[in-house]
Write a protein of this length. Structure first.
Length: 260
């Protein structure tokens, strides 16, 4: 298919529309999949299973590792959503094998960045079951020109458009506080990554959005009690970005280095 560059969502949607297969997988143009990834995913695709997900890595040497015993976890829709909001299942469309009707039901949002966040989460509402296998089949090539590593631009505000669509999708659902907490985490990640300080032209927009997400997340006592960052922000928004969050990131860095 030859077309003008209209973004990855348009490319994915056009690819899905042109395809005829019962199952669909997505591979970004600069990434690499293991030679038997599709074979492994198909092994665990069965009646009533709509998605099979494997692990991905940023270390290409991991693709050469052989794994004799593959462990499988199976989730229904509610369990899959819970796992997604708690980082047990990825919202990314890659490293997955989809049953066709799931992809067609939730097309990718076009002309927006961060659209994966919406599609990846909402699609889990419509599955019967999915399986997650502990097999590394996908290499994500990390590079500085990717969407997540570019300098700040107005397109970064798309995260709020995607966030509003997610809140709308889950507005009458028990999952709404989970969505609020995830958007809160994404919001503070942007805040720190792009150094959005008081003089930034969108500073107040970010603060207002983060405050909104916090109030939504706090509607669940379980989420509030389990999220340190949510509690810290609620108790002291004034010092969160200058004190608590930098200390938390430092702690994560030290912990990761210690494990290595």
């Amino acid at each position: 298919i030859n077309q003008s560059n209209q973004g990855q969502s348009v490319a994915r949607n056009n690819g899905v529309a042109a395809s005829r297969g019962e199952f669909i997988t997505f591979v970004d143009s600069d990434d690499v999949i293991k030679s038997d990834m599709l074979q492994q995913l198909m092994r665990y695709m069965d009646t009533g299973i709509d998605i099979v997900e494997c692990d991905r890595t940023e270390a290409i040497q991991c693709l050469n590792e052989e794994k004799k015993d593959i462990h499988v976890k199976e989730f229904d829709s509610d369990e899959a959503l819970y796992q997604c909001f708690n980082h047990g299942v990825s919202w990314s469309p890659v490293a997955k094998l989809y049953r066709r009707e799931i992809v067609e039901k939730i097309p990718f949002l076009e002309n927006l960045i961060y659209e994966d966040l919406y599609t990846g989460i909402v699609s889990l509402k419509y599955i019967n079951k999915m399986r997650k296998i502990d097999y590394i089949g996908y290499y994500y090539r990390y590079h500085t020109s990717s969407t997540m590593n570019q300098k700040y631009s107005e397109k970064n505000l798309d995260i709020f458009k995607v966030g509003e669509k997610l809140l709308e999708e889950f507005r009458e659902d028990n999952w709404l506080p989970y969505v609020g907490n995830m958007l809160f985490l994404v919001g503070i990640g942007h805040f720190k990554k792009y150094q959005i300080k008081v003089e930034h032209q969108y500073y107040q927009l970010y603060i207002d959005a983060i405050n909104k997400y916090v109030e939504i997340a706090k509607k669940s006592p379980d989420i509030f009690s389990s999220s340190k960052l949510l509690r810290w922000y609620s108790y002291s928004p004034k010092y969160f970005f200058s004190l608590y969050y930098p200390l938390y990131l430092k702690y994560l860095f030290i912990r990761k280095k210690w494990r290595l």
